[in-house]
Design a binder for this molecule. Sequence first.
Ligand SMILES: C[S@@+](CC[C@H](N)C(=O)[O-])C[C@H]1O[C@@H](n2cnc3c(N)ncnc32)[C@H](O)[C@@H]1O
Length: 236
Amino acid sequence: MTPELVRSAAENSVPVPGINVSRLDWDLKRITPGEFDKYWHERQVQVIPPSLFEPNREIWLEIGAGSGTFFVEMARQNPDAFLIAIERSRDRGNRLVRKAAKAKLPNLAGFRGNAIPAVITGIPSNSLSRIYIMYPCPWAKTAHRKNRWYLHPLMQHLVRVLKPGGRLLWTSDQKFYIDEARFICESRYGMKVQVHGEISPNSYNDLGNFPGGRTKFERTFLGQGLPCYEVVVEKV
Ligand SMILES: C[S@@+](CC[C@H](N)C(=O)[O-])C[C@H]1O[C@@H](n2cnc3c(N)ncnc32)[C@H](O)[C@@H]1O
């Protein structure tokens, strides 16, 4: 972690150097959630049964969970939380569903499906304690940047479904992605930064319980000696 950067951004709402603030401001002005939400509400796609969202449950969600390695183990290690993992790809999603069923854990549910309608139409406001976004596709080309989760109309729903004090945990091998996610979470959504920088075990990320890495992508990057980055933000 780089405490100076965390402090300066938290105090002044100034992002870490190197990100294009005016382009992000421009992008943020062009997000039109109304139309997007209408599209998905009209389709009535149900991915996660609403009965899972019991009001007094501690619920954690992983978006783009791959074949589910991380959340299966997290569910074993955290029996008091209820964990929901969702993955869109057919192969990885099917593996996730099989792995979750085989684990026979009462606090884990794995779904193959699109997280966008799952969150927009299926998750009540203020219901999640944590959302994990681990190594999302970074959409690194400028022309594709609207697909980055923090520039996507889904983003306002990620904040909506978190409880006050709930955490959004982003991890990526792409530093720019983490820096931009932080800037937007802080400046647009007023979220509080808890951790930001290159990953190392801390009280937010459970890395200490996964010596080789938490997810498949993380294990690959760390195995190749590549740096990985995180930002953990909290809904105020
Ligand atoms: C780069 S992979 C990372 C997988 C895993 N988190 C890891 O770290 O090993 C990103 C994953 O997000 C999934 N994904 C992308 N868009 C999604 C969506 N709308 N809903 C659910 N999963 C999605 C992709 O299918 C892919 O498996």
